[in-house]
Design a protein around this ligand. Structure first.
Ligand SMILES: [Cu+2]
Length: 120
């Protein structure tokens, strides 16, 4: 009798499925726009985060009375007329945490009307 041929075990190599290469999402050429609303006595959102060196447009709209939108270190100084949207360009050069204040008197809570821009 013939010996049964030995069964050869086959090694199955499982190769990890290689991805089609890393996809790099190109940076959008046009500046990102962030909508911000202003009304007595707050900005909404209260905080945004930007990247150092990234140019963005802040589209700031007053919902009620005239407000200011001011941050000296970020070079922001805008007046916000009621019902209008002011496009404020900003391109932060430094990382840090910056406060934007309303610098146009708008009533009893004016002194606390501010928002924070974090640059990282
Ligand atoms: Cu104010």
């Amino acid at each position: 009798m013939k010996n049964l041929p030995r069964t050869l075990a086959m090694l199955v190599l499982l190769s990890a499925a290689a991805g089609p290469g890393l996809l790099h999402a190109d940076e959008d050429e046009s500046p990102r726009t962030i909508a911000i609303s202003a009304k007595r006595f707050e900005f909404e959102p209260k905080q945004i985060t930007l990247k150092k060196g990234e140019a963005v447009t802040l589209a700031v709209t007053s919902q009620d009375v005239t407000h200011g939108f001011f941050s000296r270190p970020l070079g922001i100084d805008a007046d916000l007329a009621p019902g209008k949207t002011e496009e404020v360009r900003v391109q932060p050069k430094e990382a840090g945490t910056f406060t934007v204040i309303c610098d146009h008197y708008c009533g009893s809570g004016h002194g606390g009307m501010k928002m924070v821009i974090v640059v990282e």
